[in-house]
Design a protein around this ligand. Structure first.
Ligand SMILES: [Zn+2]
Length: 418
């Protein structure tokens, strides 16, 4: 991609109303644009990152048997009235059509997926069933804050599982937890699994995946010697008390952002929708359900909160919008010609390159934009490098640079990228 063709421009300063680090950097660098509080557009660079995150999630969900579907965002009210959510969920967005018919905008999809799976399953041999989607969700928040960490409209992956026995559910629950840890790890995040309260969804134990960050909205107690971690909302312990699991360390208190959750829904929704199956012995069984969420746009915000410095974003490689930021320093024919050749050669072997071909920008402006946008590897072509048939390679966030011969550049970058 030629940077001169990007219709978005970087900003020197963040808009005054953007308070959080993630939104300041993402707005300034041209990844997102705020339409109104808690509602953001995703711009070309932002869409590239979001698609990378979504594809990591897709791979991990498909690996544990998930089948991708896409359900509507607009739900008839009667489904929500049937489960009690219409009156009990305060953040449910409700709208009325001109014919007087009422709808909800989905904040979760149990009310749609349960009757959907019911109508497509008839025998116990159809089970277990795992379906998921990646789609926009809505929450009628009183106050939207923290940039894309807590929006009124946001991207989410939600998976639902249906099982004919508790044992089957519990073994899948563990698999899903591991898949979640893989996802966060690939996104450059260290997530802690905490036991949380089920909230409006369930009275059973749920697990939340927490990433320590000052931008978060939850407080967690965690142990630095083992993986013990608990949300203070339900904790019976206090900061400084010994860890109840390993007793090796005292519990620390930290702010955290919830990037994912898994809920044991039990038989609540299968009973609400009178969804039962005759089991092997001819008895009536209501499927046990699990629900597994990851906020995709929030995840992008948390990645930025964890990976930045005073100059801008530092994308982890697997979610970066481009692998390489290529830029010529100087406008001499030889420099431009060499950079064009490198651009072609990298594109040909499938390396994703953002090429800063803007002729009207100084070296200082190009460097500042490059630091702000945060592509992990920068390749610079200058008078000095051209003289030795080389280009200079530098990692974002590191000081040292390497001079690499142009004919060996593809090989060098390919090794670096995988
Ligand atoms: Zn411990």
């Amino acid at each position: 991609m030629r940077q001169s063709k990007l219709f978005t421009k970087t900003l020197k300063k963040a808009p005054k109303d953007e308070k959080s680090v993630n939104s300041q950097l993402l707005v300034r660098a041209g990844f997102v644009d705020k339409l109104t509080a808690g509602v953001y557009s995703f711009l070309p660079l932002g869409v590239l990152v979001l698609k990378k995150i979504e594809n990591i999630i897709r791979q991990e969900m498909n690996d544990i048997g998930g089948q991708e579907i896409l359900m509507p965002a607009l739900h008839p009210a009667d489904k929500w009235k049937r489960t009690g959510g219409w009156d009990s969920i305060d953040i449910l967005f409700k709208i009325k059509s001109r014919t007087g018919k009422e709808y909800a905008l989905g904040q979760s999809h149990e009310e749609v997926v349960t009757p959907l799976v019911k109508s497509h399953s008839s025998s116990y041999t159809d089970f277990p069933i795992f379906v998921y989607q990646i789609q926009n969700k809505f929450r009628d928040e009183l106050r939207a804050k923290s940039g894309i960490l807590r929006g009124r409209e946001f991207g989410m992956k939600d998976m639902y599982s249906f099982h004919l026995s508790r044992d089957d559910f519990e073994s899948f629950y563990e698999k899903a937890k591991q898949a979640y840890l893989n996802i966060f790890n690939r996104c450059g995040l260290e997530a802690k699994i905490t036991e949380g309260s089920g909230g409006s969804f369930s009275e059973k134990i749920s697990y939340e995946f927490m990433v320590l960050t000052e931008a978060g909205e939850d407080d967690i107690l965690y142990c630095s010697s083992c993986n013990y971690c608990v949300n203070v909302e339900i904790a019976k312990l206090k900061e400084g008390q010994p860890c109840p699991k390993c007793a090796k360390s005292k519990l620390s208190l930290g702010r955290a952002s919830e990037v994912g959750n898994v809920f044991d829904l039990g038989q609540k929704y299968s009973r609400d929708f009178d969804f039962w199956i005759l089991n092997e012995n001819g008895g009536k069984t209501y499927p046990t359900m699990g629900c597994y969420g990851i906020g995709t746009t929030r995840l992008m915000g948390v990645i930025v909160e964890k990976h930045n410095d005073k100059s801008g974003i530092i994308w982890p490689r697997e979610v970066a919008p481009y692998a390489v930021h290529l830029m010529p320093l100087g406008s001499e024919d030889k420099i431009i010609h060499t950079t064009e050749k490198i651009y072609e050669q990298l594109c040909e072997c499938g390396i994703e390159v953002l090429y800063d071909d803007r002729a009207d920008k100084s070296a200082g402006e190009k460097f500042a934009d490059s630091d702000l946008i945060g592509i992990p590897t920068r390749v610079i072509v200058s008078e000095k490098t051209v003289a030795s048939d080389s280009a200079e390679v530098k990692e974002r966030g590191r000081k040292n640079t390497k001079l690499i011969k142009i004919k060996k550049l593809n090989q060098y970058l390919e090794n670096l990228l995988c």
